[in-house]
Design a protein around this ligand. Structure first.
Ligand SMILES: Cc1cc2nc3c(=O)[nH]c(=O)nc-3n(C[C@H](O)[C@H](O)[C@H](O)COP(=O)(O)OP(=O)(O)OC[C@H]3O[C@@H](n4cnc5c(N)ncnc54)[C@H](O)[C@@H]3O)c2cc1C
Length: 688
C-alpha cells in the first residue's frame, strides 16, 4: 500500500521544532553523556551499534512489533547465536553481550544463563566446580538457568518443597519435586533453552534438613536437547510481557546427580555425609547472587527510564495542541502540568544513573571485602540493595507508564516504543524479591540498627548509621542546630547538602519512631507493615540523593555541567520531600520544618521544574540512546514523528501488498462479505 507522497505534515515542522529546542542547551550534551556513562560504556555502545548496523537482517528491529511470539523468539534466538559466534571469533566480549541484552535488543532467551546461572557458579562454586560448569557456561557449551521459585512459593524461599537428599550408598543427591506446587515455575531460559538448571532445594542429609542450597542439575542432553529421564520441563506460556524469554517449569522425579553438583563454596557434604560450613560465614552470603542481581537491576532501571523519558520529552516538545489564535499551536511540553509529570522523571533518571555508579562501586567494595573474609559491609549492602532495587524498579516501571500517558493517544501505539517496553520491564517490581516484601527486609535492618544506636551499642559505621548517630534523639534539645534552620526556602532549595540533611533527618525520625513503637511500646513488626514501607522509601530516597550528590561531586566545582546537574538534584530531592508532605508535618517541632517552609518548598519545586524545561531536550540527547534502541516513531532523534509513524502503519501485515491483500480478501469472503450481503443464515454465511 502506498501513501500519497505529496502529503506532508502541517507546519510548524516537527524536525525544526526539535532543532530549535537543541539550541537552548546551556551545556554540552556530549560532555554530559561522557560524564554520566563514562568513556568505556560509550565505546561499547558505539561498537554494538556498528555491529547491529552491519547486519540489519539479524539485528534490525523495525518489524519486531508485527511479529507473533514464536517469530519473536526465532528473531531473538538468531541474535543470540550470532552474538555467540562473534564472541567465539573474538569480535565481541561477554561484557559486550551483557551490554547488548541490557540496552539494545529485547530480552534474549539466554539472558538468565548470563544473568543468574553464571553469577551463581562464580559466587558459590569451588574452583573445581568452576572448571566443570562455569567454563563451558561462559562459552555457551552449556546453557543454564536459576531455578528457585516454585508454583507454590516464591517470596518465602525457606518453604520451597523441592528436596535434595544425600544417598550415601551411591554418593549422589536425589532431587525430587514431591508435589504439583513444588514444580519450579517462572524460571527464565528454562522453557526451551537450558541444558542445566541451578536448582535451589532443601538439603537433607541423614534425615536432617540443612535448609536451601543450589545444585547443578543436567536437564536436557546437549546432543539432541531431549529431557533426561525423570525430568519434565516446558514453557509456562504467554505472559503480560517479557515474551521473548522462555520462562519455564520443571518437575524432577527422583533425579540423581553426583554429590559434586552441590555448589560447595559455603557448604560441604563429605563422602560419608558429614556436613560442614566454613567458619565465620555470614549465612546471608549465599544470597550473594541476589544482591548482585539487585545491583544490576538498580543500574539497569536508570537506562530504562532514560529511554522512556527520551521518547516522551522529544515527542511532547514537537506535539502541539491549542494555543493563541493566529499563532502556531503550543508544544504540549510548555504546559505546566505536562512539565510536572515529565521533568521530575527526567531528574530521577539522572539521579538513578548517577546513584547506580556509586552503588555499584560500593557493591564491588563489599564483594572484595567478603572475598577476604570481612563481612562487616554485607548487612547494610543487603538492606540498601533491597531498598534501591525496590525504589528504582518502582520509579522506572511507573515512570515508563507515565511517559506513555504523556504521549496521549499515540503513546498507546506499539510504534511509540513504550508499550512492549513497559510490559517487558514490569516484572522488575516483582522478581528478585517482590517490592513490598523487600521493603520489610530493609526496614528490619534499619530498626535493628536504630535500636542499637539509641542504646549506644557498637553498631557498624556506614552511610545509614552515620546519620542515625548525627540525628540521635531526634534532636529534641538541639533547637537551632540544624543546617536548614534560619534559611529561606529558596536557600534551602538551592543547597544540595541542606536538602540532603532534611532527607536524612526525615528518614531518621521515621525509623526512630518505628523503633520506639516496637522496642518501647511493644508493637509488633507485623502490625507496622504499612509504616515499614514508608520508612524504606524515605531511607531509599535519602540514599539515592546521597549517592547522586557524591556522583555530581566528582566534577570540579566550576564544571559547566554542574548548574544543570544541581538543578536535577534539587528537583529529585524536592520531589521526594513533597511527595507526602504529611511526613514532613509529623517531624518533631524542634526540627523547625514549619508548615510555611513546607508550602514554600512546594513552590520552589515548581519553580525548579520550570527552570529545567528549556534543557529537557538537550538533557535527553545526553542520554545518547540511539534510534535503534528507542525503536519509536515518537522519540526519533530527527523529530520526523509523523512520517515515520505513517511508514510503520503501512508496513502492518494487514496493509501490505500481496500477503496483506490475501488476508483481507479471505476476511472479506469469509466474514465481511456475508455480513454485508448474506441473508438470514443463508448462502454465504460460514459456520464458525
Ligand atoms: C517474568 C518473571 C521472571 C521470573 N524469573 C525467575 C527466575 O528466573 N528464577 C526464579 O527462581 N524465579 C523467577 N521469577 C519468580 C519471582 O522471583 C517471584 O515471582 C517473586 O519473587 C515473587 O514471589 P511470588 O510469586 O511467590 O509472590 P508472592 O509472595 O506469592 O506474592 C503475592 C502477594 O503477596 C504479597 N506478600 C508476600 N509475602 C508477603 C509478606 N511477608 N508480607 C506482606 N506481603 C507479602 C506480595 O507483595 C504480593 O503482592 C520470575 C517471575 C517473573 C514474573
Amino acid at each position: 500500500m502506498l501513501f500519497p507522497t505529496h502529503l506532508k505534515p502541517a507546519e510548524p515542522n516537527t524536525a525544526t521544532s526539535l532543532e530549535n529546542e537543541r539550541r537552548k542547551a546551556t551545556f554540552s550534551p556530549n560532555e554530559m553523556e561522557t560524564f554520566v556513562f563514562g568513556k568505556k560504556k560509550l565505546e561499547t555502545r558505539e561498537k554494538l551499534l556498528k555491529m547491529m548496523r552491519a547486519e540489519p537482517e539479524i539485528f534490525g528491529m523495525e518489524n519486531f512489533y508485527h511479529l507473533s511470539r514464536v517469530e519473536k523468539l526465532d528473531h531473538c534466538f538468531k541474535q543470540e547465536l550470532r552474538l555467540v559466534q562473534l564472541l567465539r571469533e573474538g569480535t565481541i566480549t561477554k561484557e559486550d553481550i551483557m551490554a547488548f541484552s541490557g540496552s539494545f535488543g529485547p530480552q534474549g532467551p539466554y539472558d538468565l544463563t548470563r544473568g543468574m546461572f553464571i553469577p551463581t557458579l562464580e559466587k558459590q562454586g569451588t574452583e573445581e566446580q568452576k572448571e566443570v560448569f562455569l567454563k563451558p557456561a561462559l562459552d555457551y557449551r552449556i546453557i543454564g538457568c536459576y531455578a528457585q521459585t516454585e508454583m507454590g512459593h516464591g517470596s518465602n524461599i525457606r518453604s520451597l518443597e523441592t528436596t535434595a537428599t544425600f544417598i550415601e550408598e551411591t554418593d549422589e543427591f536425589e532431587i525430587n519435586s514431591p508435589t504439583l506446587t513444588s514444580t519450579k515455575w517462572w524460571i527464565g531460559s528454562l522453557g526451551i533453552s537450558s541444558t542445566h538448571a541451578c536448582v535451589i532445594a532443601q538439603l537433607i542429609v541423614k534425615g536432617k534438613n540443612y535448609g536451601i542450597f543450589p545444585f547443578v542439575v543436567p536437564i536436557r542432553s546437549t546432543v539432541d536437547h531431549k529431557p533426561f529421564p525423570g525430568v519434565t520441563v516446558g514453557d509456562i506460556g504467554p505472559k503480560f510481557g517479557f515474551n521473548t524469554m522462555d520462562n519455564g517449569f520443571l518437575s524432577l522425579d527422583r533425579v540423581r546427580i553426583p554429590r559434586f553438583n552441590l555448589l560447595q563454596r559455603y557448604i560441604t557434604v563429605s563422602r560419608n555425609g558429614a556436613v560442614t560450613r566454613p567458619k565465620n560465614i555470614d549465612p546471608r552470603v549465599t544470597y550473594g547472587t541476589m544482591v548482585e542481581v539487585r545491583a544490576h537491576i538498580a543500574s539497569n532501571m536508570g537506562e530504562k527510564l532514560a529511554k522512556a523519558v527520551t521518547v516522551a520529552t522529544r515527542y511532547t516538545a514537537v506535539r502541539r495542541q491549542f494555543g493563541e489564535a493566529g499563532k502556531p499551536e503550543t508544544p504540549v511540553l510548555d504546559y505546566g502540568i505536562v512539565q510536572y509529570r515529565l521533568i521530575p522523571l527526567l531528574a530521577k533518571a539522572y539521579a538513578m544513573l548517577g546513584m547506580s555508579v556509586e552503588f555499584f562501586e560500593q557493591y564491588i567494595k563489599c564483594t572484595a571485602a567478603i572475598a577476604s573474609g570481612d563481612f562487616s559491609l554485607l548487612k547494610e549492602m543487603h538492606a540498601v540493595s533491597c531498598g534501591l532495587k525496590r525504589w528504582s524498579s518502582e520509579t522506572a516501571v511507573y515512570g515508563v507508564d507515565t511517559c506513555r500517558h504523556l504521549c496521549g493517544g499515540h503513546g498507546f501505539s506499539q510504534f511509540s516504543g513504550l508499550n512492549e517496553f513497559f510490559t517487558d520491564i514490569y516484572p522488575n517490581i516483582i522478581w528478585e524479591g517482590d517490592n513490598y516484601v523487600l521493603a520489610q527486609q530493609t526496614t528490619k535492618y534499619l530498626v535493628k540498627a536504630a535500636n542499637g544506636v539509641s542504646k549506644g551499642e557498637e553498631v557498624e559505621k556506614n552511610d545509614t548509621t552515620n546519620v542515625m548517630r548525627q540525628f540521635a534523639n531526634n534532636g529534641a534539645s538541639n533547637k537551632g542546630a540544624y543546617s536548614w534552620n534560619n534559611l529561606s526556602s529558596k536557600q534551602v532549595a538551592n543547597n544540595n547538602s541542606v536538602l540532603l540533611d532534611i532527607l536524612a533527618y526525615r528518614f531518621v525520625c521515621m525509623v526512630n519512631n518505628m523503633t520506639e513503637r516496637i522496642h518501647v511500646k511493644g508493637e509488633s513488626f507485623e502490625d507496622l507493615l504499612v509504616t515499614s514501607q514508608q520508612v524504606c522509601t524515605a531511607h531509599s530516597e535519602y540514599i539515592v540523593c546521597l549517592y547522586f550528590s557524591r556522583f555530581i561531586n566528582r566534577l570540579p566545582s566550576n564544571s559547566p555541567l554542574r548548574p544543570v546537574l544541581d538543578l536535577l538534584f534539587a528537583v529529585s530531592a524536592l520531589s521526594f520531600l513533597t511527595r507526602n508532605t504529611g511526613e514532613l508535618y509529623s517531624l518533631p517541632e524542634s526540627g523547625q520544618i514549619t508548615s510555611q517552609l513546607v508550602t514554600d518548598l512546594e513552590s520552589e519545586y515548581l519553580e525548579k521544574i520550570k527552570l529545567l524545561r528549556p534543557q529537557a531536550v538537550p538533557l535527553v540527547d545526553a542520554f545518547g540512546i540511539s534510534d535503534e534502541q528507542l525503536n519509536s516513531s515518537l522519540g526519533r532523534y530527527d523529530g520526523k514523528v509523523y512520517e515515520d509513524y505513517m511508514q510503520r502503519a503501512l508496513n502492518e501485515p494487514l496493509n501490505r501488498d500481496g500477503t496483506g491483500d490475501e488476508i483481507r480478501k479471505r476476511f472479506f469472503e469469509k466474514y465481511i462479505g456475508p455480513t454485508l450481503h448474506g441473508g438470514k443464515g443463508g448462502a454465504g454465511v460460514s459456520k464458525l
